[in-house]
Design a protein around this ligand. Structure first.
Ligand code: ATP
Ligand code: MG
Length: 180
């Protein structure tokens, strides 16, 4: 399973439809400051169901919709489509390719589709939940976070690994219980 492509329409700075194709393995997105690299990462989280405006570097959810520039009027909706190669059947669905689409209008909530069929957020979450990329399963290391990881003490670094592995909360609980 790997991410195959991402289409952005009206998402943040991507006013015109923009398609990114990915290959298996490591993908690098390069570009000048402010060109939209982090917006691509935000689009990935968003289409997988991210519900927090802060995690998307905005104040409110509708900040993901293209807000306009001096030469271009704001748009009324944002759309992102993520296509995942499922030839190995890692996702529990009978398709070798799965496209998840999320749409949001300025005046309303989000709509989801899975391979063209209307779906709920829960369906998207369930589809991804055992795949290693679902909610809280993928790890996005934000800009600036890298510095704190590189400069961390050995204990701090262990915390990052434990958090990524999902065991930090158990250790915290155990330590709390031991203090009582
Ligand atoms: P850097 O190298 O500095 O990290 P970057 O390539 O990661 O830059 P982004 O943060 O992805 O850049 O993009 C920032 C740009 O996106 C800004 O110019 C900002 O105005 C624009 N932007 C963000 N949200 C919207 C929006 N809703 N509508 C229009 N433009 C937006
Ligand atoms: Mg950035």
């Amino acid at each position: 399973m790997y991410l195959k492509s991402l289409v952005l329409r009206g998402f943040k700075s991507f006013a015109s439809a923009t398609t990114l194709h990915f290959e298996p393995g490591i993908t690098c997105v390069v570009g000048p400051n402010g060109s939209g690299k982090s917006n691509v990462v935000d689009a990935l989280s968003w289409v997988m169901g991210e519900q927090g405006a802060k995690s998307l570097r905005g104040g409110k959810m509708e900040d993901v919709i293209f807000a306009g520039t001096s030469g271009r009027a704001p748009l009324g909706r944002a759309e992102v489509e993520l296509t995942i190669d499922n030839a190995d059947g890692a996702l529990p669905i009978d398709y070798t390719e799965v496209t998840i689409k999320r749409t949001m209008f300025r005046n309303g909530g989000s709509d989801y589709q899975i391979n063209g069929e209307n779906a709920r957020l829960l369906d998207v979450q369930e589809l991804l939940s055992d795949s290693g990329i679902g909610r809280e399963m993928h790890v996005i290391v934000g800009q600036g976070q890298l510095d704190s990881i590189l400069q961390a003490t050995p204990e701090g670094r262990r915390g990052f690994v434990e958090e990524a592995a999902g065991v930090l909360k158990h250790r915290k609980r155990r330590e709390k219980a031991a203090r009582k």
